[in-house]
Design a binder for this molecule. Structure first.
Ligand code: SME
Length: 172
């Protein structure tokens, strides 16, 4: 299967998210492995919008986030719950929009070019925070309520029955 890497820069955000989501849904149809979906979602968003960094931190222990599938320059390996923008979103279970990272106390800088950021909590089928989706931009004020609503609806797929807790098929 060959897929076109869509570039939606220059489009209005609602259209951009709609077009990318259609592509993601087509590629991920029937895919229940969360890592595969995270990797594909990060890729589609990152190249679609031309962001600086797009990816997931997964909650592998109650108080620890570990870097997951991402696109961009090297991300920090571990983030504690409650620390930085990612840890704040995970702890509060709320999306955090940071228009200017220099004004967010405790912001963890993985790339000095990052100027603004959005972090969206990802819930599993039990309603537990299983990860966060973090997107960094090289410009200030990139993210707003349109991004928040769109990204929250994108990650809602991880709460669907059948994703993230499938049985391993030993015969496969
Ligand atoms: N800025 C994030 C850390 C992760 S990187 O941006 C990839 C934070 O403050 O949690």
């Amino acid at each position: 299967m060959s897929e076109t890497q869509l570039d939606v820069r220059g489009m209005g955000k609602p259209d951009a998210y709609r077009i990318l989501k259609e592509q993601l849904d087509a590629i991920c149809e029937g895919v229940t492995d969360p890592i595969a979906v995270m990797a594909t979602m990060a890729c589609v968003l990152h190249h679609g919008f031309g962001h600086l960094w797009t990816g997931f931190y997964r909650r592998l222990a109650p108080t620890q986030l570990l870097v997951g599938p991402y696109q961009g320059t090297l991300g920090c390996m571990e983030i504690e719950m409650g620390r930085g923008v990612c840890g704040t979103a995970a702890l509060t279970r709320q999306t955090v929009i940071v228009p200017d990272v220099r004004l967010f106390a405790g912001h963890i800088s993985c790339d000095a070019r990052s100027m603004s950021e959005i972090v969206v909590p990802v819930f599993d089928y039990r309603g537990e925070v299983m990860a966060v989706l973090d997107i960094d931009s090289a410009e200030t004020g990139t993210f707003d309520d349109v991004d928040k609503r769109a990204l929250e609806s994108w990650v809602a797929r991880f709460a669907q029955d059948g994703i993230g807790h499938q049985e391993v098929n030993e015969k496969a």
